[in-house]
Design a protein around this ligand. Structure first.
Ligand code: GDG
Length: 502
């Protein structure tokens, strides 16, 4: 049965027939694990926590699609058939999850190696952190081929295939070469795309660009990344024809449209969680972390990643407490950061550096009844996170480079009392949308950053509300569903045009 691109109870769906939507991502929407409380006898399903995965799940259910991802859960293989597939979610079995099994060597080379020790730092401009190990590249190619094969086996002539992120730069070209033109390939690149001067340092830059140009539509968060990508193609591929205004590349007879789609969040869900976190929640939070009721709370929420500028932020807070003693005992900074990619040395170094900075600040300024920095380094449930956003007086987002930064938008959506202040780095993609109503900082300019924290703490209620109301309207209207709709509408237009041209 054909479906229109129309609103459903849960969101929107693209114009595809049942079974034609294929999503490809590194992380899967559901994992299976053994219930250790039960002596490991029964199996538990872990559901999508939020964000894109939770937003896409209803779309997959509505279209009976196939989601292809790495099966990394300990009990995943126990519930799949011989093809690695299982119907999800358990209560309605509405779509197919196809799990691909990766060996330890593949995970080391493809995921920890090429994806996170080459492409991640390269795309964030950190060429000094890249680690070009031939084994990583070999495994990355091998895993991309495995995913491409799985897509080709699953796809039909009219399939719509949606790749997510930097783990799959090569697969689109191989899929494109194996499927008829009527199949549509699209890719969303969730991180920044660097300028040519950075990108050219990568020995495999040509293959990466050729791979991505297998797509019919390639999306980035902001225009600047689109321009950077087109510049890289222009410099690296002699045979590519580029239409910079139209955002099109023609390479070896195939056209790729390159377009910005700034990603949003599920603002309604965040708002509902924030509303549910009432004053009792906040009193309990304050008392369990030893925060005095009168103390102003500043918050930072990050994956522990060197792109997020956590150490730079702690430096600015230290400068504030050093140069303005009147804030001692009056403000408390809550750093919520969960560990990530811990097998990579740069991430281990960062964990140590963050812990050392926090210990130093607490030793230097802390007293018997006041701790300047509270560190929460485990994952917290969505309700608690939204409560923290709601009651924090100021949020600091100080990324040194960030594709979008959804945390800044979540903070805004949770401001149901319209009394918080967002301090936002001009290096985050979100700054393009929120920069004029947030307070802008350069994470490296420690003195000015400290001044801006003070400005946020002393802003009067009227200005806070005026800024936050404007920010909230923007975040609510450009939410996750508007983002998906923008992508699906563009796909429908491009497919309709292709059909007319044939
Ligand atoms: C990449 C790009 C781009 C974090 N701790 C907890 C928790 N979180 C959730 C946040 C937020 C998500 O994790 C982090 O998203 P970000 O966008 O801030 O950052 P990345 O993980 O680096 O994401 C980024 C994004 O892709 C999307 O395209 O914006 O630029 O780097 O949603 O809420 N959630 C809960 N507990 C936690 O402790 N529940």
């Amino acid at each position: 049965m054909g479906v229109d691109n129309s609103a459903t109870d849960d969101g929107i769906v693209p114009a595809v027939d049942d079974g034609e939507l294929i999503v490809v991502s590194n992380r899967q929407p559901y994992t299976h694990s053994y219930d250790h409380g039960d002596g490991g006898r029964s199996i538990t399903v872990n559901r999508p926590a939020g964000g894109l995965t939770a937003g896409l799940d209803p779309v997959m259910q509505e279209t009976d699609g196939t989601w292809i991802a790495w099966g990394d859960g300990e009990a995943d293989a126990d519930v799949t058939d011989d093809n690695g597939t299982v119907r999800m979610p358990p209560e309605s079995e509405a779509y197919t999850l196809k799990r691909l099994w990766l060996t330890d060597e593949e995970v080391e080379g493809y995921y920890y190696g090429y994806s996170n020790r080459v492409l991640w730092p390269l795309c964030h401009g950190g060429t000094m952190k890249t680690d070009y190990v031939e084994r990583y590249w070999q495994r990355y190619q091998q895993v991309n081929e495995t995913f491409a094969d799985a897509v080709v086996e699953t796809a039909g002539a009219d399939s719509l295939i949606w790749f997510q992120d930097y783990h799959f730069t090569l697969a689109p070209r191989w899929v494109r070469d194996s499927l008829p033109d009527s199949a549509f390939l699209t890719h969303f690149w969730h991180i920044t795309w660097p300028g040519w001067d950075t990108f050219r340092a990568c020995p495999q830059h040509e293959q990466l660009l050729e791979g991505l140009l297998g797509n019919d539509l390639l999306g980035f968060h902001v225009e600047r990344y689109c321009r950077n990508f087109l510049d890289c193609v222009d410099e690296a591929l002699d045979d590519a024809f580029i239409d910079p205004e139209g955002g099109r590349v023609n390479y070896e007879g195939h056209t790729t449209v390159v377009k910005a789609f700034p990603m949003g969040i599920d603002a309604d869900s965040i708002r509902e969680h924030a509303e549910a976190a009432d004053d009792d929640f906040w009193r309990e939070f304050q008392s369990s972390h030893g925060i005095d009721a009168e103390t102003s709370v500043i918050v930072g929420v990050d994956r522990l990643d060197y792109t997020k500028g956590i150490v730079e932020r702690l430096d600015a807070l230290e400068r504030l407490l050093e140069t303005r003693p009147e804030y001692r005992g009056e403000v408390c900074y809550v750093q919520k950061a969960n560990e990530s990619r811990s097998l990579i040395p740069d991430y281990q170094d960062l964990q140590t550096e963050v812990q050392e900075s926090i210990d130093r600040i607490n030793e230097r300024f802390g007293t018997d009844d006041w701790q300047p920095v509270i560190y929460i380094n485990e994952f917290i449930p969505q309700r608690e996170l939204c409560g923290l956003y709601r009651y924090a007086d100021v949020m600091l987002v100080s990324a040194v480079r960030d594709g979008m930064n959804l945390v800044s938008k979540e903070y805004v959506a949770a401001q149901v009392d319209d009394d918080g202040v967002l301090v936002l780095s001009d290096q985050a993609g979100a700054h393009e949308e929120l920069g004029d109503r947030a307070l802008t900082i350069n994470p490296y300019d420690t003195d000015a950053f400290a001044d801006t924290i003070e400005r946020a703490l002393t802003m009067d209620g009227e200005e806070r509300a005026e800024r936050m109301v404007a920010l909230r309207e923007r975040v609510e209207s450009n939410d996750l569903y508007a983002w998906m709709e923008g992508i699906f509408d563009t796909i429908d237009e491009l497919r309709a045009k292709d059909a007319d041209d044939d």
